[in-house]
Design a protein around this ligand. Structure first.
Ligand code: BTN
Length: 236
């Protein structure tokens, strides 16, 4: 993929900045990167704390192949980048939280970019706490600098993310199973007890036993396997 990197100082959200390219028809490969986001967006309507020192990007992708696996793919590329650049023991928590020492260091937000009734792009948003400090009111978050004790070069990290994207994106079409296998290999959660609340608000607990081919989480509840397409998960 030929990436066109657009660097911005401050934006409300790189997702919002990326939306203006949707109608253009030639936005695939555009990557919006911001130093600071004033209204960074997380999953489920949450905010994403985005001070200077972190990496905040949105990549515009053509919707090709198993697009439903893009959220997992996003987690894989961030985890792989952290793993190759540091010795930190990185893990993935379904569907796409990137975890270091039990805390969240990065997250992935995927949106469909619609124009005239068609999905023209997938907007892959990635946020990683690199050199930024984490305030007390975010006890479940961490940053890479806190874990490895030294600054990370944000541009080099971005470059590695794009290299990893180049490696994984073709699998959406040619071999989606590789994305699932890589996710499982990088995750630390299979065979762990989890408590899940699915999108209908139903809560249940069980053993996380695998991923379905569409990326849904499979949970063994003792009386059968439940498939979680979207939901919130906690370890027990
Ligand atoms: C999550 O809740 O885990 C997803 C966080 C995604 C944050 C990134 S930062 C870059 C992009 N722009 C946003 O506003 N959000 C995503």
């Amino acid at each position: 993929m030929r990436w066109t990197i657009i660097k911005l100082d401050i934006v409300s959200s790189t997702q919002i900045a990326a939306r203006k390219y949707i109608a253009s028809g030639n936005g695939a490969g555009i990557v919006i990167v911001a130093q600071v986001q004033t209204n960074g967006m997380g999953r489920r309507g949450q905010n994403w704390y985005s001070p200077a020192g972190g990496l905040y990007l949105t990549a515009l992708l053509k919707p090709i192949g198993e697009v439903g696996l893009i959220p997992l793919l996003g987690g894989v590329v961030v985890a792989e980048t952290i793993r190759t650049r540091t010795n930190a023991s990185v893990g993935l928590k379904w569907p796409n939280d990137i975890i270091l020492e039990g805390k969240k260091v990065g997250g992935v937000l995927v949106e469909s970019g619609w124009f005239k009734g068609r999905i023209k792009y997938v907007l892959l948003g990635i946020g990683v706490n690199l050199n930024n400090s984490i305030p007390e009111w975010l006890p479940e978050a961490t940053s890479l600098i806190k874990i490895i004790g030294s600054m990370v070069d944000v541009d080099e990290f971005l470059n590695d993310i794009l290299i990893s994207l180049d490696r994984y994106l073709p699998y959406l079409e040619s071999d989606p199973e590789t994305i699932i296998t890589s996710w499982i290999e990088l995750s630390h959660m299979l065979n762990r007890k989890v408590e899940v609340t699915n999108s209908s608000g139903e809560a249940f607990s069980g053993l996380a036993v695998g991923l379905d081919s569409d990326g849904s989480l499979l949970v063994d509840c003792g009386n059968g396997i439940k498939r979680v397409v979207t939901g919130v998960l906690e370890f027990r």
